[in-house]
Structure formats: structure tokens, C-alpha cells
Design a protein around this ligand. Structure first.
Ligand SMILES: *[C@@H]1O[C@H](CO)[C@@H](O)[C@H](O)[C@H]1NC(C)=O
Length: 402
């Protein structure tokens, strides 16, 4: 895999749609997004660590165990890209000024391997004492691989107050293995926010909506359309967002999850965007985001964390009760809980995504969870018949020593 400069490929028309750097300018400006390239085997392998929850009072012990999970998974998978899909920290427990050191710990297995990574923020990354903007700048400027390379793709492409639009809204262009000017795929990253406003020392603990903001949705639709127009074809894509959309809960409640067709842990009542206090209370406020996802041609799958006891993939292929539109076949996958911080003691692991460039035309990819003990769980092919194909049941394994 090689990293090539975004500017090499993109016309100014698209480059101009990155106004978001203003937010970060006050700290240290982040230049335009670089891109990735399918590797010489024609594939791109992505490891998704999710819900690491570093910095909990239960202590360093847990964080060392989480680093052990990361090292084990990375040794087995040797991915081209790592996604840190939200709740990197449990910021409500993190003292002011301590978050950068914890982020350095989270990144240490990536630093030692000089592995590029892309983060989304989760509701536990937003607190009175943690600035997601500052974390983004720290990742971008200070975290380097042992080979000296910059590793973070995380940036802020949508301007606005952090409490509204969040920070981690951006994309990574992925170019063809045979031609670095040929755009093959887009990876989209969204900030579903949640948590509390950064205001150190004020003790106001003001909550933030757990939603992808309307401005971000417009930016996504506009930018995605521009890419398709400029290339004269639909660019296949994947998306990452910490908190899942409500369609996943509608799917779960309607009883469509089954161990043979959508194998995986199904041990939580899914908490989703637009949840409100009370059991199964729903504000419908993620309708616009769900609609945008469903209406984006070429979007193959959306990956989320947040719910530590769920790790299956579903295909949204039909009408779901209480969801805004009919699915078009887009897949939604839950990550495996990677951290020893956060609730649940299911065996830790990480979601793996294997995209083969020559299967992009069919919108087909493989995914599985690599567990901390090196085993593979819930290997599925997200293809046209996913959801009706039969797979072996996933075992409900728990982490040892707990
Ligand atoms: C999808 O993948 C499954 C598992 O590999 C396979 O059994 C099925 O035939 C595939 N469906 C299509 C349409 O290729």
C-alpha cells in the first residue's frame, strides 16, 4: 500500500470543497487529505478497532490488555489501514490535559508498525475535559511511525461549531493498484458526536446530540455527487460512523437477525442515533442521515460500534418499520468490541474488511471478526445474496481471566 498526495489527483473543484481546515487553523492547520492505493495484490485490508475506552479508573491494566488485543490482531491481519471507530477513550474519567498521553497509548501499536489510521469520534470521546479538535491536531502533527511517516488521516472537512457538526467528518480516496490516478473507491468517515461539550473547569456538563449533523449530510451528498460527475461513473464506497443508525434496531426488533443468515453476537438492545431517555425511545432525528446513506449509489457497507454486545452484519434490503425509506441493499455491520474498557466481557477482537479491487464492480466484499486469541468469527461475504446465504453459527465466547 502506498500513500499518495490527494493534490496529485484532484482538481481544484473538489479540493475547494474542503473548507473545514479553518476550525483547526487556530491550533495548527491540516493540509488536504492524502489518499491510499489498493496494494500490489489488488486488495485493501482494513482493521477496525472500536470502543477501546482507554483511561478508565479500573486502570492501566485494562489498557495494556487492549494493546495486547491490538498487537495480536495486527500480527494476524497485517492490514493496509486501521480505523479507530469511536470511543477511543472514556473521556468522562480523563483528567484535563491527560488525553494526549492516552491517545499516544492507543496509537502505539500503529506507530511501531508505521500503519496509517483513520479515526472517528464516539460519544465517550466528547467530554468536558477532552477536545476532539485538539486530539485530531495531535494525531495529525505529532503521531509518526517509527519510519518517520505521518500516520493519521483524521481531519475535519465540515466547518461549524464542534458541538453541532463534530470533527471527524472526512473521506479518504482510494486509487487503483495499477494506476494511481484512477479513483477506485471512497472511504467516508462521519462524526455521530454525543457525550458532552469540551469546557474544562466549568463543570457544566452540557450534553451534545448523538447525531450526524444536517450540514455534514449536505457536504456528503454534494461531495459524493461531485466525485461521480467528475469520474463519469459511480464510485463504490464504504462508511464508518461510531453510533449506528436506527435501521439496525428496527432490523433487530423485527426479528430478522438470525444466527444462520446474519451470524454474530446479538446480546444488546441496539442503542442508535436519535435514542432518547427511556426504553426504546426514538426521536426519528437520524432520518435524514439514513435517507442519505440509502440514496448513495455505490455505498456498499456502513460500519459502527457503540453496542459492545452486537457484531453482526445486516443487509437493508426491504422496508423496515419506523425507518424512513426502503433499503437498496446497503449493508450495516457492527464492529467487535476491541477494548478492555467499556461494558461487556465478550472475547475482544476487531472487525476486518477485505476489499478486492476486481470485485468492486459487483459491490462485493468479505468481512469477519479477528478475535484476541487469533481465531476468526463470523466470516461473511457481503454480496447480492447476503442475508439469505447460510453461515455457521457464531459462538458466544468470553475473554479469559475475567
Ligand atoms: C455470496 O457469497 C456466498 C458465500 O460465499 C455464496 O454462497 C453465494 O453464492 C454468493 N452469492 C452470489 C450472488 O454470488
Amino acid at each position: 500500500m502506498s500513500i499518495i498526495l490527494f493534490a496529485l489527483f484532484c482538481s481544484t473543484a473538489i479540493a475547494a470543497s474542503f473548507p473545514g481546515q479553518h476550525q483547526l487553523q487556530s491550533a495548527r492547520a491540516i493540509p488536504n487529505n492524502p489518499g491510499l492505493q489498493f496494494n500490489s495484490d489488488g486488495d485493501l485490508s482494513i482493521t477496525v478497532f472500536s470502543d477501546l475506552h482507554f483511561g478508565e479508573p479500573s486502570g492501566e491494566q485494562n489498557d495494556w490488555k487492549s494493546i495486547g488485543v491490538m498487537n495480536s490482531v495486527l500480527d494476524h491481519e497485517e492490514p493496509d489501514l486501521v480505523v479507530l471507530n469511536g470511543d477511543l477513550l472514556s473521556c468522562e474519567f480523563v483528567a484535563p490535559g491527560k488525553y494526549k498521553g492516552l491517545i499516544d497509548q492507543v496509537a502505539s501499536p500503529l506507530v511501531s508498525r508505521s500503519l496509517p489510521f483513520a479515526a472517528t469520534f464516539g460519544n465517550h470521546d466528547y467530554s468536558e475535559t477532552c477536545s476532539t479538535l485538539d486530539i485530531t491536531a495531535h494525531m495529525w502533527w505529532d503521531i509518526k511511525g517509527t519510519d518517520g511517516s505521518k500516520l493519521s488521516f483524521t481531519t475535519q472537512s465540515v466547518e461549524g461549531p464542534v458541538e453541532e457538526v463534530g470533527v471527524s467528518n472526512y473521506y479518504i480516496p482510494v486509487y487503483s493498484s495499477s494506476n494511481k490516478d484512477n479513483l477506485a473507491m471512497l472511504l467516508w468517515f462521519f462524526d455521530s458526536k454525543g457525550g458532552h461539550v469540551f469546557q474544562p473547569g466549568k463543570h457544566l456538563d452540557a450534553p451534545i446530540d448523538d447525531l450526524v449533523h444536517d450540514k455534514v449530510i449536505s457536504w456528503f451528498q454534494k461531495t459524493s455527487d461531485q466525485f461521480n460527475q467528475q469520474n463519469g461513473r459511480t464510485i463504490p464506497s464504504l462508511a464508518f460512523v461510531h453510533i449506528p443508525v436506527q435501521a439496525t434496531r428496527a432490523f433487530q426488533k423485527s426479528g430478522q437477525h438470525s444466527q444462520s443468515n446474519t451470524p454474530g453476537l446479538n446480546e444488546d438492545a441496539i442503542g442508535h442515533q436519535g435514542n432518547c431517555p427511556g426504553f426504546d425511545c426514538y426521536t426519528h432525528s437520524d432520518y435524514a442521515f439514513m435517507k442519505a446513506l440509502v440514496e448513495t449509489d455505490g455505498l456498499m457497507a456502513v460500519f459502527s460500534g457503540h453496542d459492545h454486545g452486537v457484531d453482526w452484519c445486516m443487509k437493508w434490503a426491504n422496508e423496515l418499520p419506523t425507518s424512513p425509506s426502503k433499503g437498496n441493499g446497503v449493508n450495516f455491520c457492527f464492529n467487535r468490541h476491541s477494548g478492555f474498557g467499556g461494558y461487556s466481557n465478550w472475547k475482544r477482537g476487531a472487525r476486518q474488511i477485505m476489499v478486492e479491487e476486481d470485485k468492486l464492480g459487483k459491490h462485493e466484499l468479505e468481512t469477519w471478526n479477528r478475535l484476541e486469541d487469533g481465531s476468526i468469527s463470523g466470516l461473511v461475504t457481503l454480496n447480492a445474496t447476503y442475508g439469505t446465504d447460510r453461515y455457521p453459527k457464531v459462538e458466544k465466547l468470553v475473554s479469559s481471566g475475567e
